[in-house]
Ligand binder design. Structure first.
Ligand code: GLY
Length: 588
């Protein structure tokens, strides 16, 4: 792509972000109470279609989220799957319920704090990234069963039918998947090679990918639910493979896995209500802190270089706090009240020098190299009742651990690498942590996944993206763009930039900064590094209550699809039939 992504032209035409805690303005009677249809955006067109199929059958947004998640597990095996986990942010319209289904993986019972260290006490990346020793206990299957049972209206078997069909009948491999197979095949276990490198040649774009073992696993799951994944034939095969090939899981690990329903972090930014995930996602805390820091600064200033400088300095400080304090709240005392207090974030804001970058070393940090990563996946859904789901799902790095237990058909994650193998030692994303995020049995590893929703005077946005440590900065820039009036198709195109405290470098996409901004930021002392590639894969759906429109847009960096189906108002509606009005995937 040739510089297609404009930078976030800071909103000089829009009012200053007023962060006074005012509730969203009450809806006027001329505004729609319900969306004019339903909308799905996900990282793959076939997964989006799976969601639309379920909505057309009378399912709600939660049913559709299960169907899309399961379909992504089949058609985008690089990013998420049954062997992984995620966070499903849910809004149920009739009782205004907001919650996060935390299906994050947990460390196995036999895990120890030093399990990835060599004899000299140094982390061995290979151990926490490749093979079944790198895998946490999967959470996605338990989360899907929970969402279907508690929030959905259709049976699990119906929700999994599109995924089963895609696995059994196959689908054409796209260019991205073909490239990823070549990049990762050295990490694949024999069972994975048999699927993706049949007859000794990696599948190419256009080849049909049939996943018979995965289809069987999904069928058993559809019939038997949770027990048919964590136990039964699937559980037995998974456990036997993991133990034979170097993992440490026990039967009890699979029996004991539980999702957690969590209360999201909700805060007000002027008339906007921002709903973000709590720990073990680091995203929500970082979001609230950045908004408060920017509010204190009356961001954006009337100068694009200064606006970016302030944003970068805010990112630096909140990623420092991520490293210093954040971990699974069931295991560590996180000083949340302090971290989110105005006094504290005002002090962070006041420590930003407008005339120069604060070297991270002054905030006490080592320096390491950032590695790129944007696997993981995302889906955003609004149904015609106004129910919504924003879900980010992951097996961590591309194809997770590369390990597939024989006879199961899905990759196991390598989320164990999201723990701090050793305090201050960087993980695959260059993220550092402290004892708050060290490994312990049953503990959830800290995540950057930030599925979110923003509700404002004009409507609602549901969005998220993959991208490892950069998820938080990407969703932050996108959220501010929404608040400042950008259209969804422009939000996904915005150039991205990122600072994560360590390394002390601003990574930016080609085209994200103008030359004047690059010069200006360098003059302030920022180290800049143009990313070798575009990153992220944002999926956004927006319901504009005033204009009575729905939009669903998929990031042009990926191959996903956002689609909207308009419905006639209830009194004129015939049999729930919808009319498709938009297929606004934006190709590279
Ligand atoms: N595995 C990426 C994350 O959870 O942040």
């Amino acid at each position: 792509m040739n510089n297609p992504f404009r930078g976030l032209l800071v909103a000089l035409l829009f009012p200053v972000l007023a962060l006074a805690a005012e509730p969203p303005a009450a809806s006027s009677t001329s505004e729609a109470k319900r969306p004019p249809g339903y909308a799905v955006a996900s990282a793959h067109p076939l997964a989006t279609d799976a969601g639309l199929e379920i909505l057309a059958q009378g399912g709600n947004a939660f049913d559709a989220a299960v169907a899309v998640s399961a379909a992504l597990a089949v058609v985008e095996p690089t990013g998420s799957g049954l062997g992984g986990g995620g966070f499903w942010m849910i809004h149920r319209e009739f009782d205004d319920l907001d919650l996060v289904v935390d299906g994050r993986e947990v460390a196995p019972i036999s895990a120890t704090g030093d399990m990835y260290l060599d004899r000299d006490g140094e982390p061995v990346a290979e151990l926490s990234r490749n093979g079944p020793l790198a895998s946490g206990i999967p959470g996605e299957p338990a989360a899907l069963v929970h969402i279907a049972r508690v929030f959905g209206e259709l049976p699990l078997a119906q929700l999994l039918a599109p995924a089963i069909r895609l696995a059994q009948d196959g689908f054409p491999v796209d260019e991205k998947l073909a490239g990823a197979i070549v990049d990762h095949l050295a990490r694949f276990s024999p069972a994975a090679l048999a699927v993706f490198v049949p007859d000794g040649s990696p599948l190419k774009a256009g080849d049909r990918l049939v996943q018979s073992d995965l289809a069987q696993t999904l069928r058993r799951f559809a019939q038997g639910g949770r027990d048919a994944f964590y136990g039964g034939e699937t559980g037995a095969r998974m456990l036997a493979g993991v133990r034979r090939d170097g993992g440490i899981w026990q039967q009890k690990d699979l029996e004991d896995y539980r999702i957690v329903e969590r209360k999201p972090i909700v805060f007000l930014a002027g008339p906007y209500r921002v709903t973000v995930p709590p720990l073990p996602s680091a995203g929500g805390i970082a979001f609230q802190q950045v908004f408060q820091i920017l509010g204190r600064k009356h961001w954006p200033p009337n100068d694009p270089v200064l606006a970016r400088h302030q944003m970068i300095e805010a990112m630096r400080r909140v990623y420092r706090d991520r490293a210093a304090w954040l971990g699974d709240p069931a295991f560590v005392e996180v000083p949340l009240e302090k971290l989110l207090s105005r006094d504290y974030t005002d002090a962070l804001a006041d420590s930003i020098d407008l005339a120069r970058a604060t070297p991270s070393i002054e905030l006490e940090s080592p320096n390491e190299t950032l590695r790129e990563g944007d696997t993981t996946s995302h889906l955003s859904i609004i149904d015609a009742e106004g129910n919504r789901v924003s879900a980010t799902l992951s097996i961590n790095l591309g194809f997770g651990s590369g390990y597939m237990a024989p006879g199961t058909g899905y990759f196991l994650n390598n989320e164990m690498d999201d723990f701090s193998a050793k305090p201050l030692a960087p993980n695959a994303y260059g993220l550092i942590g402290t004892k708050a995020n060290v490994i312990a049995p049953h503990k959830r590893m800290l995540s950057s996944m930030t599925p979110l929703m923003i509700e404002g005077p004009d409507g609602v946005a549901v969005l998220g993206t993959p991208g490892g440590s950069r998820i938080i900065s990407m969703t932050l820039l996108a959220s501010l763009a929404y608040i400042y009036g950008y259209a969804p198709q422009d939000i996904v195109k915005l150039g991205r930039y990122h600072h994560q405290f360590v390394p002390d470098t601003v990574v930016y996409e080609p085209g994200a900064f103008s030359q004047a901004e690059i010069d200006g930021l360098r003059k302030l002392g920022h180290q800049l590094s143009e990313s070798a590639r575009y990153y992220g894969n944002m999926q956004i759906v927006v319901w504009d209550r005033k204009a009575r429109t729905l939009s669903a847009v998929s990031d042009p960096r990926g191959i996903g699809a956002g689609r909207v189906v308009m419905q006639a108002p209830p009194n004129t509606q015939a049999g729930g039939q919808g009319r498709m009005i938009a297929a606004d995937r934006q190709a590279n």
